[in-house]
Design a protein around this ligand. Structure first.
Ligand code: BJ8
Length: 427
């Protein structure tokens, strides 16, 4: 880490970014970050690493990707948890999760997609059409997946603008679906090998599985510390750690998250927290919160609560389950990958009872006082699951608040009022 300010405009120009709009985006996100994160009290020192990563989100990390590609490496962009980063790494490529967490270029997006499309999909298209995302422009290949209908159809449009490959995800979890998903992994291997010119071997895949498991284990440690009262880390900071996990260098990130976990465990032993002991503890479940979507966490924590867990793709669904490290053959590893990935509980699946079980278990383990179910507007799958999730959680005597929102700031006042009332009620 250094204090030298580097001008990356030349690099961004070479990537074809719209420089004035990109400058405006960076300024807006930088301002939001300062106001949201740097104003928090008693943060763990280990968050300095994530502050640095965020200050260089379109700088140093993009330079690393750029240098990697200039030396012959390939970058693969993904949008969903079901795309196994282990296979991408095993093929010698780098995986980056493309964020889609802010309103951008909606005027252009709405010429292609219906207005009533979820914010995540609109943002995904907006970053491309607005030419403001260097991660997209550094991606030699994007991988889409047939999850919800909105994403599936939007990928057709995105694929007209960039090299995109779509994996077919089954929507049930029967043995024949696992077998089908495994066959999709085999096809993905062929696609990745064609892209990188490198063969995925049992050795390279075993190494990638270990590395990615290491990253998930580090995040498990960070998040386990949140079971303490007082919580040693804010929900905002813990959410940020998972958001960054999708694009940072894997070994470096793992090392820094283990160092953060060491610090958090020490804070727990010393009774040091970010909110007073007894502050209302909230578990959030629902649609993913892609960078820089920090809206709900900020509202909850500003109102005096502390978010102690996220049952979502930018949360436990990302780090909780590991791929078995027992297999010695490529075939065995593919079985394990197919099983692990199809065990993710996304609302695109039917039935999806595992998600409710996860919410109830997490609420208990993390000693939550209440659950907030969070759905993006126009996300049919999560909105429809919302009532059932709420009913099942309430049956365990846990209060639930259901929220539907988007990325705009328009409803912040109204949401704050509802969250404040909920926090008063849960304590
Ligand atoms: S595994 S949650 S990352 S699909 S919010 S685009 S579902 S209309 S994001 Fe997701 Fe993979 Fe599932 Fe996770 Fe559609 Fe809903 Fe929008 Fe969504």
């Amino acid at each position: 880490m250094s204090d030298v300010v580097v001008d990356y405009h030349q690099m961004w120009a070479e990537l074809g970014l719209d420089l004035p709009m990109h400058d405006a985006l960076l300024e807006a996100v930088g301002g939001m970050y300062g106001a949201t994160f740097m104003s928090q009290k008693d943060r763990p020192a280990g968050m300095g690493y994530l502050d640095f990563v965020m200050s260089e989100v379109h700088g140093l990390r993009i330079k690393e990707l750029d240098d990697f590609r200039k030396s012959g490496g390939k970058v693969v962009g993904t949008y969903c948890l079901y795309v196994p980063e282990e296979l991408i790494r095993a093929a010698g490529a780098w995986s980056v999760g493309i964020c889609a967490g802010a309103e951008w270029a909606y005027d252009q997006v709405e010429q292609i997609l219906p207005r009533n499309t979820c914010a995540l999909i609109k943002s995904m298209m907006g970053f491309k059409l607005g030419k403001v995302c260097p991660y997209l422009e550094e991606s030699d290949l994007l991988i889409g997946e047939t999850t919800c209908d909105g994403k599936k159809k939007a990928y057709e449009e995105l694929g007209k603008l960039q090299n995109l490959y779509t994996m077919e995800l089954p929507q049930m979890k029967r043995p024949k679906d696992v077998a089908f998903w495994r066959s999709e992994l085999v096809d993905l291997i062929a696609k990745l090998e064609e892209l990188t010119g490198k063969k995925i071997t049992a050795e390279s895949l075993a190494a990638a599985i270990k590395e990615v498991n290491g990253k998930r284990r580090a995040l498990q440690r960070v998040n386990a510390a949140r079971a303490a009262d007082p919580s040693p880390i804010s929900g905002l900071d813990a959410l940020l750690a998972v958001q960054v996990a999708f694009y940072d260098d894997v070994p470096r990130f793992t090392q820094m998250m283990n160092a953060l976990a060491d610090e958090l465990e020490k804070r727990v032993a010393d009774g040091v927290g970010v909110a007073p002991k007894g502050a209302p503890r909230i578990l959030i479940t629902g649609t993913p919160m892609a960078l820089p979507n920090w809206k709900l966490h900020q509202i909850v924590e500003k109102a005096g609560g502390v978010v102690v867990g996220e049952e979502m793709c930018t949360g436990s669904r990302y780090y909780e389950k590991l791929v078995s490290e027992d297999a010695a053959t490529l075939d065995g590893m593919l079985d394990d990958l197919a099983a692990k990935y199809l065990d993710i509980n996304c609302a695109c699946f039917t039935p999806n009872t595992g998600r409710v079980d996860d919410v109830i278990r997490m609420a208990k383990d993390l000693k939550a006082d209440g659950v907030i179910d969070y759905a993006l507007s126009f996300c049919g799958t999560y909105q429809i699951e919302s009532a059932g999730v709420a009913k099942a959680v309430q049956a365990t005597d846990m209060p639930v608040l259901r929220i539907e929102t988007d990325y705009s700031a328009e409803d912040v006042g109204q949401l704050s009022t509802r969250v404040e009332a909920f926090l008063e009620m849960v304590k």
